[in-house]
Design a protein around this ligand. Structure first.
Ligand SMILES: [Zn+2]
Length: 426
């Protein structure tokens, strides 16, 4: 899909484009320059005085925004690539659509629709011919028009934004009403349901990514700003106490499910459910009765847990008491093995002097701590939730590519923005 990017680069090479984007102005203020351009919509206001006042206010707002953007970009200007990535993410979460420096949301939507209709080359040609400055053109995709970067970098951003936009699916024009949706559900035979945190929040299970949930503030109490810091396999292996201190907060109450889980179950009961792909780790789909062969838990789940040392695999419920008690859950099989070793070593140890035993180092030679294990010998249990840094379940890829892709006649997406891998790539 490097097509769009190529277009942007090719576009950059044309001299008349450079002329269009650098229309001479004495004003060195980038925002103000844009405001004067004929294609920029005028600010509201009928009398001249009011108009000027509004412009001043707008200018002030603009200055503040530019200052903020400059600060952000200057902080880590060493890594332009990642700054661009961040800007693109921001453009999706909080698209810039302020006039007169950007387009209205309706204008931007019309531009994007046109891009999908005519393709990148044609669209770029048209907008360039219309004399739209590149920073302003970037606002079609929600990118801020006053970043402290040159046009060259804006071309790059534009190329990336176009590529991202063209990967997005477009709305099918023939389906518009609830009745249309109902008819699709009625007539489809192999329905895929993709779901995410949104279907469980009504049960009080926090969505990691919503920043105002109890879980998020808990994380901050412990000095973490992102869930990623806790749910990283390296961090878990280094120190599982953090996870076990916090995990109780996200342990699912397994007795209930939401009406949405009920809906997925209903599809299954009617023989229409092909596969339920869930990003949730709460395993509530299982409790709502979705059959294991119809359920793909894309990020794993609490349903089972595995020893990090010996691979001992247990039902998730086995570790729930530890999770609820906020303490690290250790592997019982490792413990059994360790106690055997311990007994043997002690026997042997009683024949040797204490110095040798201390040198062996693995075991405490104080008799009062008989039931203490050497922690390095005992594996920690980890719920089979996919942590950051761990491979996703193979089942996801084989099921999707080898079976579902061919069979599905309807996809229902509920409670997810589809931004997280692997569902973002489905
Ligand atoms: Zn073990």
């Amino acid at each position: 899909m490097s097509h769009a990017l190529q277009s942007a680069v090719k576009f950059q090479g044309r001299t008349q484009i450079v002329d269009l984007t650098s229309d001479a102005s004495d004003d060195d203020q980038e925002g103000a320059t844009h405001a004067k351009r004929p294609n920029a919509p005028l600010a509201a206001g009928t009398n001249h005085h009011e108009h000027t006042h509004q412009q001043q206010q707008q200018q002030q707002r603009q200055d503040d925004q530019i200052a903020a953007a400059s600060d952000e970009w200057d902080d880590s200007s060493t890594d332009l690539e990642s700054m661009m990535g961040d800007e693109l993410d921001l453009s999706e979460d909080q698209p810039y659509m302020n006039q007169p420096f950007g387009f209205t949301s309706a204008e931007a939507a019309a531009h994007r629709a046109r891009l999908h209709r005519v393709g990148a080359d044609r669209w770029i040609f048209e907008t360039a011919t219309a004399g739209i400055p590149i920073p302003k053109l970037c606002t079609v995709f929600g990118i801020r028009p006053f970043l402290p970067i040159g046009d060259d970098d804006y071309y790059q951003l534009l190329g990336k934004a176009i590529r991202r936009e063209l990967l997005k699916r477009q709305k099918l024009p023939q389906y518009n009403t609830i009745q249309d949706a109902a008819r699709l559900l009625k007539t489809s035979k192999n329905i895929i349901v993709v779901c995410g945190a949104g279907i469980s929040t009504s049960l009080g299970i926090p969505d990691f990514r919503s920043k105002n949930t109890g879980f998020y503030s808990k994380l901050r109490e412990y000095g973490f700003s992102e869930p990623e810091e806790v749910f990283t396999i390296e961090n878990f292996d280094m120190d599982p106490t953090t996870f076990y201190t916090l995990a109780g907060e996200i342990l699912p109450g397994i007795q209930e499910w939401s009406p949405t889980h009920g809906f997925i179950r209903l599809l299954q009961d009617k023989g229409k459910l092909l596969t339920n792909y869930t990003q949730n780790i709460d395993n509530i789909e299982s409790h709502a009765g979705i059959f294991p062969d119809k359920l793909i838990q894309c990020h794993g789940s609490w349903a089972t847990a595995t020893c990090r040392k010996c691979g001992y695999h247990v039902p998730g419920e086995k570790i729930f008491p530890d999770v609820e008690a906020r303490k690290v859950s250790y592997c019982t099989r490792c413990m059994e093995n360790a106690s055997v070793v311990k007994a043997r070593k002690r026997k042997r140890g009683s024949n040797s002097n204490s110095r040798t035993r201390r040198k062996q180092g693995a075991f405490d030679d104080d008799d009062s701590s008989d039931d203490m294990y050497d922690e390095s010998e005992i594996g920690v249990m980890k719920p089979d939730i996919t942590f950051f840094g761990e491979a996703l379940p193979d089942k996801f890829f084989t099921r999707f590519n080898e079976i579902d892709l061919e069979l599905a006649d309807l996809v229902v997406v509920i409670g997810t923005s589809m931004k997280v891998k692997p569902v973002s790539e489905m």
